[in-house]
Write a protein that binds this ligand. Structure first.
Ligand code: CTP
Length: 198
């Protein structure tokens, strides 16, 4: 759940507007359904639901590591995190000073956590059922279908960015390999969590 933060220097980072609300709502809802939950979470301002094991992380690399080490004992992986796609090639040890000239940052791609789990062969007994998310600003369903296939998801929750990120509610489409299987309309994230788990 939540965003990741990629340090630029000791006081700055690259991140995004994710609040973690969707992932925390799913954890709470699944806990209520008697699941044993490990919540790997980037930095958010939310209380973890009661009875959930919280694994706090900061960067995409840390999230990748924590997900990978747990995936073999996991029946269901829900990747609602807004993982930063890039990190600094060389984060600075010192605060970067302001100068008059332009400044460019050299970025390296982060690992795709979801795809690293989803593209494992299914007969490998380390592979859980996988629910991914897709956050788009346009061509929602087309991009979501591509992501479902490319990242090996069983189910994918497609959201338009301006209707979901950082908000208490979301307008989502739930899709599988056959197409849209649920279209709940605008719902509070707590209720959408139930629809996804159903
Ligand atoms: N995801 C991931 N690791 C990444 C990036 C994304 O595991 N480095 C996961 C997200 O948690 C989500 C899904 O992949 O479940 C899709 O994320 P999204 O941000 O919509 O897509 P990207 O893969 O980042 O592709 P793009 O930025 O091109 O839309």
């Amino acid at each position: 759940a939540g965003p990741t933060q990629e340090p630029i220097d000791p006081v700055r980072y690259i991140s995004n507007r994710s609040s973690g609300k969707m992932g925390y709502a799913i954890a709470k809802c699944a806990r209520r359904r008697a699941a044993e939950i490990t919540l790997v979470s980037g930095p958010v301002n939310l209380q973890p639901p009661l009875g959930v094991e919280l694994v706090p992380v900061t960067t995409a690399s840390e999230m990748h590591q924590e997900v990978t080490t747990r995936v073999a004992e996991t029946d269901l992986l829900v990747m609602s995190a807004a993982v930063a796609d890039y990190r600094m090639a060389k984060p600075s040890d010192h605060k970067v000073k302001r100068k008059a000239e332009e400044l460019s940052l050299e970025l390296l791609p982060n690992p795709d956590i979801l795809a690293s789990v989803g593209t494992k062969p299914r007969r490998d007994d380390g592979r859980p059922i996988i629910v991914g998310f897709a956050l788009e600003t346009d061509r929602l369903l087309q991009s979501a279908r591509d992501k479902l296939r490319r990242k090996g998801c069983d189910l994918l929750v497609a959201n338009l960015a301006h209707q979901s990120i950082g908000l208490d509610e979301s307008t989502a489409f739930i899709i599988d390999g056959t197409g849209v299987i649920d279209e709940p309309g605008q719902l509070p994230k707590a209720m959408l969590a139930d629809r996804i788990l159903d």
